[in-house]
Design a protein. Structure first.
Length: 84
């Protein structure tokens, strides 16, 4: 369950970095020692990476994921409700 959260909701929450990397003086992927801003090459590579990876992607699996999870056995539900 944790893995599914990380690759779906967690990635959606933390994966939206395009507004930050648009400015190479604020958030650069690579800094030269002593430089105040990232290099032009780094800014270009950041822009290319964001342009190729920030597009909306088609849903590969649809919205019905019930076949991926086995049904909960009735005894497990009873244990959860009684606390034993």
């Amino acid at each position: 369950a944790s893995f599914m959260f990380v690759v779906t909701a967690g990635h959606e929450q933390t994966g939206n970095i395009a507004p930050y990397v648009q400015d190479a003086s604020f958030c650069s992927f690579k800094w030269a020692p002593g430089a105040l801003v990232g290099s032009k090459d780094t800014a270009l590579l950041q822009a290319l990476l964001m342009s190729f990876t920030s597009q909306a992607m088609p849903m590969l699996m649809g919205s019905d994921w019930t076949y991926l999870f086995p049904p909960v056995p009735p005894s497990a539900g009873e244990e959860l409700s009684t606390g034993s």
